[in-house]
Design a protein around this ligand. Structure first.
Ligand code: HEC
Length: 390
């Protein structure tokens, strides 16, 4: 109910703004002189008490303000909105006539319009923003129950410095534009993989040893280029070893390879390296990069994850045992829920879900809601598996 009411009010506010913008001379509302805290009424003075009609013009014209950047929106969603919801909505949301100091910050309009003192944020000027003063307990003391942690106040200062980016801007215009589902479905990550292109024909049939070579040669011929000379054995084993395990060959390995005159000398080396535990260490690293593996929380208080290595080893083993990719994904997302034969198997699968637990975490926050949102945000499911950020 409360949500429905505030949503309705927000919509009404937006409609009113649009109307006023359209009706004002010249088509746009004139800029409102900025009220700084210096000439604001003293705290406690209920200058707007009982007043339900908004002061005209409602706010500075929204249409002239650009949409905030993605970085700005991210910052608002991660650092600002949770604090507003958790610490301020109780007294500053819904109907401005009933809100404390007639100030609501659950809508763009309300936040920018301010309350009894007039505007409370001066974009790019935290030092001139009443809202920041209130958070710092200089004059007003907001929230009244107790001052927010320093780093949260610093976030608000940064937010004002950034120009008060607020995705709630321009909601009226946007809400008319329905999401274009057909267009969204064209996103490349949703496309079924294309069938392989047929192997191309080449002029020089003596050079290619495999279909891959035929693809390479076809392109070279198209560009009127000749293939490079085949690598000598020393160069070759060096390349293969770096590719598969990330290390240079030992002198002994080089000697053995050079001495091996059999036709499958290369295959022998490749098989040996693929079977070595270092193969998983080398290639598992790429996955660990994708999931942002680290062995501590990072951020202000860098608390070690003492058992992160268990997840690291799970990834390495997955590569070394050729675990199918679908299984690899399911285990990391929901290993703890899979049906198993015994306890040991269950324990291994729980380690796989380390995927959801690693990653940076701010353990310095006093705001449980913020912490929860941050943890979920850092469970990088969308970025890792779907290649887009939700
Ligand atoms: C428990 C209720 C309560 C909570 C929670 C609360 N406020 Fe307030 N707020 C008030 C009251 C009451 C006033 C009016 C104070 C006065 O007039 O002395 C006020 C005034 C303000 C003003 C001045 C508005 C104006 O135009 O005069 C700002 C800015 C403000 N609050 C910001 C915040 C922010 C930001 C939060 C959350 C971090 C917050 N408040 C949380 C009760 C609250």
């Amino acid at each position: 109910m409360a949500f429905a009411r505030s949503a309705l009010l927000a919509l009404l506010g937006v409609l009113l703004t649009v109307l006023m913008t359209v009706l004002s001379p010249g088509g746009t509302a004139s800029a409102q002189p900025k009220v700084t805290p210096k000439n604001a009424p003293p705290p406690g003075k209920k200058s707007g008490a009982g007043q339900t009609a908004p002061k005209a013009p409602l706010i500075t014209p929204r249409s002239t303000e650009p949409r905030p950047s993605k970085e700005g929106i991210d910052f608002f969603e991660k650092k600002i909105r949770p604090v507003l919801v958790h610490n301020c909505y109780k007294c500053h949301s819904g109907d401005p006539a009933k809100a404390k100091a007639h100030f609501v910050l659950d809508t763009y309009d309300g936040l920018r319009k301010g309350g009894d003192s007039g505007e409370v944020v001066a974009p790019r000027h935290p030092e001139k923003s009443l809202l920041i003063e209130a958070l710092k307990y200089e004059g007003y003391e907001m929230p009244p129950e107790g001052q927010l942690p320093d780093e949260v106040i610093a976030d608000f200062e940064k937010w004002v410095e950034m120009g008060v980016p607020d995705p709630r801007i321009g909601k009226a215009a946007n809400s008319k534009n329905k999401v274009d589902i057909a267009e969204a479905k064209r996103y490349w990550a949703f496309q079924t993989p294309k069938a392989a292109t047929p192997v191309p024909k080449v002029h020089d049939s003596s050079w290619p040893q495999s279909d891959i070579d035929r693809f390479i040669l076809a392109r070279l011929e198209h560009e009127h280029l000749k293939p490079a000379r085949a690598a000598d054995p020393v160069t070759l084993i060096r390349r293969v070893k770096f590719d598969l395990v990330g290390l240079p060959p030992t002198p002994q390995e080089i000697d053995e390879f050079v001495a091996d005159k059999s036709t499958d000398a290369l295959a022998t080396v490749v098989d040996r390296l693929l079977a070595s535990p270092q193969f998983g260490e080398r290639w598992g690293r790429h996955w660990l990069d994708v999931v942002r593996y680290g062995e501590s929380t990072g951020k202000e208080r860098n608390v070690p994850y003492r058992y992160a290595w268990r997840y690291r080893d799970y990834v390495i083993d997955a590569f070394n045992t050729d675990k199918p990719y679908d299984k690899f994904i399911v285990e990391q997302l929901a290993g703890d829920l899979l049906i198993v034969q015994n306890r040991a198997e269950h324990n291994k699968l729980v380690i796989a879900t380390g995927f959801l637990a690693i990653g940076p975490k701010a353990v310095n926050t006093n705001n449980p809601e913020q912490f929860k949102v941050d943890v979920i945000d850092d469970q990088n499911v969308d970025g890792v598996f779907l290649r887009f950020e939700v």
